[in-house]
Design a protein around this ligand. Sequence first.
Ligand SMILES: [Fe+2]
Ligand SMILES: [Fe+2]
Length: 240
Amino acid sequence: MANKPMRVAAIGDLHVQESDVAPYRELFAEISQHADVLALCGDLTNFGKSTEAEILAEDIKACSIPVIGVLGNHDYECGQPEKVAEILRGAGMTLLDEQAHEIDGVGFAGVKGFMGGYGRGELAPFGEPIAKLFVDEAMNEARKLENQLRTLRTDRSVAVLHYSPIVDTFEGEPEAIHQYLGSQRLCDPIDRFDHVKAVVHGHAHHGTYEGKTPLGKPVYNVAQFVVKPKFGRPYALIEV
Ligand SMILES: [Fe+2]
Ligand SMILES: [Fe+2]
């Protein structure tokens, strides 16, 4: 049924470690009872090690609903994000990066995103080549998100990110690190497409659960450390 609300469970910052034993198996089974889709918002592993990804992959297999998501900065730490993605894809997860995905009439577009700041504090592509490269990374992530959103023909979609597109949802984090928590460049494509009904992201472990884009679209920081104290369970449940 195309217009039936979809229940999206979302959780970010799983940070699976090599010493973990089936860390999310029970939780994913529980989520499968309450949601139609599970979105994982990056930092799936602690260091981007293959063994960490393999541990998570086993738990993903315990999930009986579709699992989609993006990588986070931690998944890049060992310099092999493609390997992490390959292991998770092997378990049936859909990793969003270049291509949007549709499930039962709802579109999902996702990128890791990048840092760079907001408003007047946003880093500009000016001066040294390395400064321009840094800004290019944020622009590339925003471009990939825009291109995915453009391909969607659904009347509802969810943007899945690791870094935050707005400042509201990292309220609570030290001001000195705000420019490293996300980029306003991610927000522009979200507000450009009417079909985007919700945004989920992680990364800001000490941030705030809910905020809005300039056009009023809901943005949820689903880092498990933010969600758990609020709801008594580490995942958010959002209807779109
Ligand atoms: Fe994290
Ligand atoms: Fe992160």
